[in-house]
Design a protein around this ligand. Sequence first.
Ligand code: SF4
Length: 726
Amino acid sequence: MKRREFIILGGIGATSASVLSACGHPEEKLIPAFIPDDQYVPGIDYWKASTCGMCPAGCGIIVRTREHKANKIEGNPLHPVNRGALCARGQAGLEVLYNPDRIKGPMKRVGERGEGKWEQITWGEAIKTLADKLREIKSQGIASNIVFATLSLRGVLGIAVNFLNSALDAKFLPTQESTSREVARGYPHSYGGEATPIFDIANASYLLSFGARFLETWHSPVMYSLAFGEFRRSSGKARGKFVQLEPRMSLTGANADEWLPAIVGSEGLIALAIAQVIIREKLIEDAAAFESQIGPLDQYAPEQTTTLTGITAETIVRIAREFAGSERPLAIGPGAGSSRELGEINDAAIHFLNALSRNINKPGGVLLPASERFEVFDALPLAEVGGTGWWESINELSVRINKAGPVEFPALLVHQINPVLVAPRSIEWIMGLPFIASFSSFMDETTRLADLVMPDQTDLEGWDLRSMLMAGSNAAVSLVQPVVEPQHNTMQTADVLLAVCRDLKFKEADSEAYQSAEAMVKHAGQKLKFSHPGTDAEEQPLKRFLEAGVWVGSVPGKADVFESQLLDSSALLTERETNDSYPLTLLSYEHAALGSGDAANLPALQELPDPLTSVMWGSWVEINPKTAASLGVNDGDLVEVATEHGSVRAPAVLFPAIRPEVIAMPSSQGHTAYGRYANGRGPNVAVLNPFGMPGQSIGAKVTKIGGKSRLIRFGTELQERMEKRR
Ligand code: SF4
């Protein structure tokens, strides 16, 4: 067989060669992939390095392209976050790029709001329309009431938004879908600063997780899945023990040595009960020093709190002894799918266990970044990147706007999030807004209400940089660069906003470094210092960066241990109110593949069976078999789930690994305007708890409904056919 020359990133070396040859390619020669598009040779694979944009974790990717088409995404072995691995969601990035339901160019509304009547316009007209509207709002002196809804204001978008704010002499109201993607609000109390710590699962010897679904959606799933593999590896060290506490067994919980079905919202109380045992039994040195923080100890004793936690005192005492007796114990949490009740109080109580075991900045413990902030765009003049702190969620903002009246808020600029789906009450004020511009790549439930649609490019077509603080002084900068030409008449949102700034005569936007997202990335990338021996990186840092897709280096500073603060935890001792009309507790959780519905338009992910229920292409309600029996519900029956806010219908899945008083639903479907693969696949769970955060529970009831359910499960039909043949 004739050997093909294989083109791949220069410098990846043996690791990637073996990774890629494992896929059956006959490649043996590695040469740089930094080849201009006009020098492509037909029939040859070219690999380009970029960053996965399918979740905020920022894994490095390499994308195989041939004849200007991207046809495979792999993990970048050089990237410190994912070290060559990739999750299913990351692989599905190609289905975003080539999705047939993408918006093909800018449009303006010509019918009634929400009617779906559009007229194609040019980018020049779209930019002028937006600039004129913003100019008018500025002249009214209310530009600071413009709502900017997006996932994050980091990177080039953050700079462009700051420029636009300056041009309008305003400060937009930034908002996001939820307060986080299962991220703890309590970290600043436990570890200080804004930067998220790294939890050294790989080197821990005892992992106590309070509902953190780190193999699915928590923080950085690929990074923590790799770490978990190392945690489990027995060579050279004892195999770690993993205990998971959560009311409903997640995939992560299914991988635990011990799964404990805690009562919803009791995670913080369990943590304090464990702390109480550690202190009273003096299981760690100087344990008494922490007594003043925890308050009157006896109130948290496991013997006193069993009815509130659902975990027996014997079990809590045993776990406390195991945790304290372990060489490198680590507590993590919280996570949706367990619960997000009492937010920061719960978070701080969970992480108090790490302070108690003095594992901060120690192998197997909590590794703090040396700096609070590291932003590669600081290298640019004038750059001030949008903050990463907590913003008002759409739900919180909705309450405020509904009170003040939407007329006070002159415009909504919505970028790649879908408030109407995830916060259904937001439609009340969004419908009343004078002006809505959407930058979505897809028509969705919010974009359908827009006056102006300016479709963004996908992550595989645009430019950006992601700065990442790692443990200690380690840091990384991950590159987003186009792997193919834009597929449609789209424009990167940062470029649109910069063009609007120029229309508004904001002179800073004229400078060379701010001509485009690409210019910003290349100017900042040039400042990165590479020091790989044997390369020409010192001379050509940008070339090296574009090839590798990532810069790994260090930032100044020292990772100091912060004195953990336990918040007033007395609220954890309050018994949950019950309501006879809604005797069950509904938990909604982020689907591991489909997220909170943003990936529901990708057929490869709809097709992926849920690992615990094997359901595909739809939604379902998990019910404990005992509860189901009491309601006369069988597996697959159509049921109605109702809360005080509304009701939805979905098929029941009898699920033994859930507390009897709890039911659970993934919050991944519910689309009515998100394209052919997403629409009509199941109910929108958010209508049941419209002011809650993901993972927050609410009282609910279940009623069996006559009628056919649509439950598609992997292998079911095949199995039935085989059984019939027997
Ligand atoms: S965890 Fe998966 S979806 Fe998220 S960035 Fe990494 S590969 Fe992409």
